[in-house]
Design a protein around this ligand. Structure first.
Ligand code: MN
Length: 734
């Protein structure tokens, strides 16, 4: 036993020495003293603990500190905090001790880390999302907290084999869900890749092994290929006096798998399994010039594909990445990507945040990550909604490819791919976004739903009379714009609800019922609504109308029901299900296509979608539109083989989402019929006419009107009104 302990102590000492040697940042004597004492405290605190692997526990904090020092390259404060990160949670030390021993910074970072690990350890997605949201909130305190947390997670993933299988799956999926995207966003590409590959290993072991072996088999051929590339360009590069290295960079197992799945191709057909990197020495002054010089040399020898040129030197990615990427027809007539970057750019790509700090001096331009953090903070502050929603939006933004567009004054703005002019408007200023009436792209008016492309000039047209509508949520891609629109819609909803409450009070009074907490509770149950705001809102909007209120009052007043009330309280479904006028399921209506049209459809028996499921429509030959869930076993084959028959579909809440309906009408043509028809439509509130066309033949007219309305009640009213117009004979909903 004593011999074993001696070996362990030697190993601990050796690890500690290494830690000091591998630090990316130069450590002063003071730094070393801090790290030394953090190390001593951690060794002492964890002296009686062991990891699942049987190793002394202290191996873990040391490994985390090494990742922090070398791979991420953070400062001495972070290295000390990494050594101490599990001390407060697992041992007798507390924050007061740490602050006394190591100062405020270290103890605050450890406190942040302890808070995160205390977040409920649930496998439930919505709780995970809730945790993630909290995790992001800590970003506001000190970004080092989250970076050290990522290092902690990386080491736990590296040693995951010692965990029981169910834990492995849980931790791996959480890593994929949260930590990999976050690493990507902070610019820690290597760590992100390692996290993805390790997660993939534990969630899809056989597939992982299969691809890994394939990569190893092709390794030699890859080296050979890079050499033949290098042989061709090296003389010219040397002639120009460039100091450089040429390296290969393999695509990760995780992303090769994704490519095979998405494109449905075998391993051999994934064409960009590796890229060639040219890393050159440069000064601040000639860095950009040299990049284009190398570009020029490479393309003298190999034909470039002009559509695949990416210049992230002139405008860096929003996570700070800089490089010049080209794809050329390389040796053996194979397309290969060449990434040209200076030593500085390379370090930034590898180490992200820390390297930015090292190179940031004085008047350098704002690095992406800082403005990203600012934006993130704003989104967090504006977001009161559902955590799962929030995370999904947020992740979209994390992974989105970027485009670059110009403001009217020629400024460059970066937006995620798929962003629209509305996103652009919100990215300039919330006030501009809120009042967007239209947009001009390269001088031409375009619909707000159109996705922008890199290089376009965008000009926003605003109007004081514009207010955001629910449709806008379909037009935006950035979580910032979504959050702003949602909070504005909520305000509008609040206002309608306030009016609705007064309306309800008045109407109930006529029915001899007083509006108070008790009646409100009964009404909520009766109409199966969640909150009183929902109730007042629907009254304000007219979705709960006089007829329904009368019916409620007669049920409410009936002694028969009063008699049963006590029983019913416990099993309220009896109450609500018997109510045929039930108006609220949160998602009660399916709409199709970009315009949210209501169309005839049937549910496909293979997956039996229920309201709220993510679904799509499939236009079948005999049976019209059939609805499948996105994860239906047949979905993938339908979508890939019959993509032209797929129609976008989604569930909406008919009381709050607008949908489009087409109305066909016919009758006797007379002077002014068009005016009367439009008049009769615009007499009803909350109806917008999208399209209108009239045909007349031999004194008989037919008209097609497409309108957006909030719900069926309004639509029925519209049809009734149209029938009253003189000359109109038939009105039909398409
Ligand atoms: Mn830990």
């Amino acid at each position: 036993m004593i011999v074993g302990a001696e070996i362990e102590n030697k190993e601990i000492a050796k690890q500690y020495k290494e830690l000091l040697q591998i630090s990316y940042q130069t450590l002063t004597e003071k730094d070393k003293k801090l790290i030394r004492s953090a190390f001593n405290t951690a060794v002492h605190a964890h002296r009686n603990q062991r990891r699942k692997s049987g190793e002394p526990y202290i191996y873990h904090p040391i490994s985390v500190a090494k990742i922090v020092a070398q791979e991420i390259g953070l400062d001495a404060t972070s290295i000390a905090a990494a050594l101490l990160h599990d001390v407060v949670e697992d041992t007798e030390y507390d924050f007061v001790d740490l602050e006394k021993l190591f100062g405020k910074d270290v103890s605050r970072i450890v406190e942040g880390l302890t808070k995160i690990s205390k977040l409920s350890k649930e496998s439930n997605v919505s709780l995970q999302a809730e945790n993630f949201k909290k995790l992001l909130l800590t970003l506001n305190d000190d970004i080092r907290v989250i970076i050290i947390k990522i290092a902690d997670r990386l080491h736990n993933m590296q040693t995951l084999e010692f965990m029981p299988e169910d834990k492995q799956l849980k931790i791996a999926s959480e890593t994929l869900y949260i930590y990999a995207p976050l690493s990507h966003r902070i610019g820690l590409y290597n760590i992100k890749t390692e996290l993805e590959d390790l997660s993939f290993k534990y969630t899809h072991f056989e597939r992982y092994d299969f691809i890994k072996n394939k990569i190893e088999d092709s390794f030699e051929a890859q080296e050979q290929y890079i050499k033949s590339f290098s042989d061709i360009v090296k003389f010219t590069l040397a002639e120009e006096g460039l100091d450089y290295q040429i390296k290969g960079r393999s695509k990760s197992i995780f992303s090769i798998n994704r490519k095979m799945n998405v494109q449905n191709i075998p391993f051999e057909n994934v064409f960009d399994k590796f890229a060639i990197r040219i890393i050159y020495d440069a000064t601040e002054k000639n860095e950009k010039f040299l990049a284009w010089k190398i570009y020029s040399i490479v393309t003298d020898h190999f034909t470039p594909n002009p559509t695949r040129l990416r210049d992230w030197i002139t405008a860096s990615k929003s996570n700070g990445y800089e490089a010049l990427h080209i794809t050329v027809m390389g040796p053996k007539n194979k397309w290969v990507e060449v990434q040209i970057r200076s030593q500085r750019m390379h370090e930034i790509a590898e180490k992200g945040y820390a390297a930015h700090h090292k190179y940031k001096n004085g008047n350098q331009k704002d690095i992406g990550i800082e403005s990203w953090l600012d934006k993130l903070q704003e989104v967090l502050e504006n977001n009161t909604g559902d955590a799962v929603d929030f995370v999904e939006n947020f992740k979209l933004n994390l992974y989105a490819k970027e485009i670059f567009v110009f403001t009217p004054t020629g400024e460059i703005k970066s937006l995620p791919k798929g962003a629209t002019a509305l996103d652009f408007a919100f990215s300039i200023h919330t006030e501009i976004g809120m009042k967007t009436r239209g947009a001009r792209v390269n001088g031409k008016l375009v619909p707000l739903s159109r996705a922008l492309k890199s290089g376009e000039h965008v000009e926003v047209i605003t109007s004081e009379n514009i207010k955001p509508t629910a449709n806008w949520l379909d037009f935006v891609k950035t979580s910032r714009a979504k959050a702003k629109i949602k909070s504005s819609l909520n305000e509008a909803k609040k206002r309608i609800a306030e009016d609705g409450r007064e309306t309800l009070r008045r109407k109930l009074k006529q029915l001899k019922i007083t509006l108070n907490d008790k009646t409100t509770t009964h009404m909520l149950r009766y109409f199966s609504l969640d909150t009183s705001q929902d109730l007042f809102y629907r009254v304000g909007l007219g979705t709960i109308n006089n007829k329904q209120l009368k019916k409620f009052s007669s049920d409410f007043n009936s002694t028969f029901l009063n008699f049963f009330k006590k029983r019913i309280r416990k099993q309220n479904p009896v109450f609500t299900n018997s109510n045929k006028d039930k108006i609220t399921q949160r998602f009660d209506t399916l709409v199709f296509g970009k315009e949210n049209q209501q169309l005839k459809h049937t549910m496909s028996p293979c997956c039996n979608a229920i309201p709220g499921d993510p679904v799509f429509g499939f236009v079948s030959v005999k049976e019209g539109i059939k609805i499948h869930t996105n994860d239906c076993p047949n979905a993938l084959s339908l979508q890939s083989n019959y993509s032209y028959r797929i129609i976008k579909a989604k569930w909406v809440d008919s009381s709050s989402d607008e949908f489009t309906a087409t109305i066909k009408l016919s009758g006797i043509d007379n002077m002014g019929i068009v005016r009367e028809v439009t008049q009769s439509i615009s007499n009803i509130m909350n109806v917008n006419i999208n399209k209108l066309s009239f045909d007349s033949e031999d004194g008989v007219f037919t008209g097609l009107i497409s309108v957006s309305v909030k719900n069926k009640t309004i639509l029925n009213k519209l049809v009734d009104n149209l029938l009253k117009v003189k000359g109109v004979d038939k009105v039909q909903r398409e």
